[in-house]
Design a protein around this ligand. Structure first.
Ligand SMILES: [Ca+2]
Length: 328
């Protein structure tokens, strides 16, 4: 401020802003002289006060804007806090729900633990069973190997079996032969024993030729006492055998018609075949001489050798009994 005259210093610059306490233009001069002239100290005080006032205003403006910003921040923070509180509340209820879920999960976990324990027990049981099965499989494998070895031996065994079967058949044949031999030996032994007692053997029958003479009835009684009867003749071969062993001697045979109303019959019960037997009579016999000839004998050494005579006559006689094998 450069003035020729002294002007009040009420115009200054703060923060590059021009501040004037009065218009820039100096007050118009009045012709009227100022009663009082402001001393320089007063001006300085006013300036100071103005500065203080401006500073205060500026500070208030700055503080106000700062407070407004702070208040706005506080509001925002409060809203954020409120949101967080809401979130916390929501999270609290969520936590409550989660806690319930946790309890359920814990129960579920306990159940799962129990199930796991049971499963573990079952697994152990299964493992034991598996080991047993494995051992069984190993045994079966060994058995199978043994079976294979045996299978390989089957053809040889079969050949041996065939041989054994042949041998068995031979043994069976030999055994049968032995049995037949034994049977034959026993039969021969029986025959030898009977021969030693004076009996002859022919085609399954024994014959005894007496050495004493008896009537026909007495002769039959004698034969009965030897488990036999006076002999019957049932075939040409037997007739031939008998007249040959008789050797021309007269022997009673078991043919009679006594007690049968005139019909010839064998005393040992053999059926009498009249037609077949007619060829064994001596021609002209039986003539029933004197109407008293009711018993028959072998009189000649030929096929036609029979003669009827009185039963009371005495002759040698022939007993006959069938061969019965002795017990082994
Ligand atoms: Ca006669």
């Amino acid at each position: 401020m450069t003035t020729g005259e002294e002007l009040p210093c009420a115009h200054f610059t703060v923060d590059k802003q021009n501040i004037s306490l009065w218009p820039r233009e100096p007050p118009t001069k009045t012709d009227r002289p100022l009663p009082l002239r402001k001393p320089s100290t007063v001006c300085a005080a006013l300036t100071f006060l103005s500065l203080v006032l401006v500073t205060s205003v500026l500070l208030q403006g700055i503080l106000y804007s700062w407070l407004l910003g702070t208040l706005s921040d506080a509001k925002i923070n409060a809203q954020l806090l409120e949101g967080r509180v809401d979130n916390i509340s929501t999270e609290g209820s969520e936590i409550q729900r989660n806690r319930g879920g946790l309890k359920a999960a814990r129960i579920q976990i306990q159940r799962l633990n129990v199930n796991l324990t049971q499963m573990r027990s079952r697994l152990l049981t299964l493992e034991a069973s598996l080991e047993k099965a494995n051992a069984g499989i190993q045994r079966l494998t060994r058995s199978w190997e043994e079976v294979n070895i045996l299978n390989a031996q089957i053809p040889e065994l079969k050949r041996d079996l065939d041989k054994a079967s042949l041998l068995n058949a031979k043994v069976g044949g030999l055994q049968s032969s032995l049995e037949n031999m034994d049977k034959s030996l026993r039969q021969q032994n029986d025959i030898l024993q009977m021969l030693s007692r004076g009996w002859a053997h022919f085609k399954g029958n024994y014959y005894y030729l007496s050495h004493i003479s008896k009537t026909w009835y007495s002769a039959q009684q004698f034969c009965i006492s030897r488990d036999s009867h006076l002999t019957s003749v049932t075939s040409e071969s037997e007739q031939e055998f008998l007249y040959k062993i008789a050797g021309g001697q007269i022997y009673w045979i078991g043919l009679t018609k006594a007690g049968s109303e005139g019909d010839w019959h064998w005393i040992d019960g053999t059926p009498f075949n009249k037609l077949q037997s007619s060829r064994f009579w001596i021609p002209g016999e039986p003539n029933n001489f004197g109407n008293n000839e009711h018993c028959a004998n072998i009189k000649r050494t030929s096929l036609q050798s029979w003669n009827d005579v009185s039963c009371d006559a005495q002759f040698f006689f022939i007993c006959k009994k069938p061969y019965i094998p002795s017990e082994p």
